[in-house]
Design a binder for this molecule. Sequence first.
Ligand code: AMP
Ligand code: MG
Length: 413
Amino acid sequence: MNTSAARPPLKALDDALVELLACATPLGGKETVSTFDADGRVLAQDVVSALQVPPEDNSSMDGYAVRSTELADEGVVLKVSQRIPAGSAGSALEPGTVARIFTGAPIPAGADAVVMQEDCQPLADREGFVRIQQLPRPGQWIRRAGEDVTRGATVLSKGERLTPAALGLAASIGMDQLQVARRPRVALFSTGDELVMPGEVAPEQMRPGAIYNSNRFFLRALLLRLGCEVSDLGIVPDQREATLAALRSASQNHDLILTSGGVSVGEEDHIKPAVQQLGSLDLWQIAMKPGKPFAYGRVGSAHFMGLPGNPVSSFLTFLLLVQPFLLRLQDVADVATKSIAVPAHFTWSRADKRREFLRVRRNAAGGLELFANQSSGVLTSAVWGDGVVDNPAGQTIAHGDTVRFIAFSEWLA
Ligand code: AMP
Ligand code: MG
């Protein structure tokens, strides 16, 4: 085997994503879950409303429901003919009277406005009468039937990822259960003989050359946030047989095998030959920084993705490539990462040949500040930062330039 092969040409990140997504055939399985448990899951059905919300015109204030045309002058005194708390139906408003009404209570037939209680004064010497001190506009303080949801409306669509607000909206139209895409099953392992698990060896006892396995922690957390079922296979030693054994067992009942480390083409990188022996593998050099090496392949019926070992490279390639892939497996319609235009409050003179993702954070002035050390091993940058600047290849940045910013919250929501 030739391990000193000529460097393959760099692949553009967008091309890599297109190729990956073309391989991401949706899993297709569905399950029905309680709306309570559906946060973060992907809808496998359109959610259509069988009723309108609100169900009827109702008051948005505590006050008095009136016929606005009957109120000629401020200070008019009228009889309070009924009391309508939230949850009760009330009856048609008698002409020449008003109804005491509370927030959320249905507007009685005949009334066309609400005067808030702060603008009314119950008469101390005449029980059951109130002075209306402000003339309402017709429609004032009335929430209209159906202003939120009309009957028959599609309020949530297949392929949408459910948010807390979406769960509330589904509940507001009576949905106690939702059909969602099944969770992708992901096997995760780290490679690298230098890796030690926190807890197994105390910091002061670490042997020379050893480092703690950090990738395992954020990759597992990222997968769980994406709704995946994770089989954590731990650390696999840098040996051919151990790598083969881990891949064989992981390929049995997982949709994706995800690894970190060992995807360069050094002698200690065993992922490539092992995946090739059991299935197929493309090793890519992606024109992005950090994060150049990336592998995609198949082992049996499982997809395989190999991330670079450097923690920031691993983190960013996960967000930019693995996450859209996993969302597409769940049939998410829109997997594009969204960036926004924000002014840079820093300068960047080291233009790189590769598209670069600079760790930055927003300041109170609405600009972006740069983390001083942009090395791919410096995980502090991803904690200090609240996102990255997506900087095109060959681009320098002057203070005040508008750059493309991707918030981590965009991905990690
Ligand atoms: P590799 O891609 O295996 O050549 O690793 C590149 C760099 O990332 C090396 O400095 C490794 O020690 C480091 N690295 C690999 N895996 C991990 C991990 N799971 N946690 C922290 N650092 C890692
Ligand atoms: Mg390694």
